[in-house]
Design a protein around this ligand. Structure first.
Ligand code: ATP
Length: 158
């Protein structure tokens, strides 16, 4: 079943904005935009929460966390970008593997078992999405981009 993703992402992000006012949130989600994606709503929420959790965990107070939802042609992009410490380039290929954690000492202090990103990637790929992880192109930080095929709701309901 296809669902409209923008209102769901917006609702989750708004909750986090209220809980974590110490970050400079930059949110660009057009909830009116009817981008439909074939994904389970609970799974989508789980992914967004895990990514926001990481963004908040690794970003100093006052720095920005940016969330963008857009549709470009027949693809829906969900981007979460932070101005945190970033993931070391040598760790990037591995952090979406189960139980891998960059800089183990620091990570232990922060808690977590290193499952978050692996599960996010599995969920996204299960719904035919692409999970891209890399440097934020700002001063520093991490960028997660998820790209899903946009569903034609007319076709979907027949
Ligand atoms: P949990 O299972 O509780 O999510 P975790 O945060 O260690 O624990 P992942 O979410 O999979 O697990 O992240 C894996 C590793 O990637 C982290 O230990 C951290 O080093 C790095 N990482 C993830 N997101 C970010 C981010 N936004 N900024 C910097 N480093 C990050």
């Amino acid at each position: 079943r296809a669902i409209a993703v923008a209102p769901i992402v917006k609702r989750v992000v708004h909750k986090w904005q209220r809980l974590f006012e110490q970050y400079a949130w930059v949110v660009s989600i057009d909830a009116e935009q009817n981008s439909f994606v074939r994904i389970d709503e609970v799974r989508l929420e789980q992914v967004i929460r895990a990514l926001l959790d990481n963004a908040c965990k690794y970003t100093p107070k006052g720095n920005s966390i940016e969330v963008v939802v857009t549709q470009v042609d027949s693809q829906v992009h969900i981007v979460i970008c932070d101005e945190g410490e970033g993931i070391p380039p040598e760790d990037l290929p591995y952090v979406t593997e189960r139980f891998y954690r960059a800089d183990k000492a620091r990570s232990r202090q922060e808690g977590g078992v290193g499952l978050g990103l692996a599960i996010c990637r599995e969920i996204v790929e299960h719904y035919d999405g692409i999970f891209l992880l890399g440097d934020a192109q700002t001063r520093q930080g991490t960028k997660v981009e998820m790209i899903f095929p946009a569903m034609d709701i007319e076709k979907e309901s027949t």
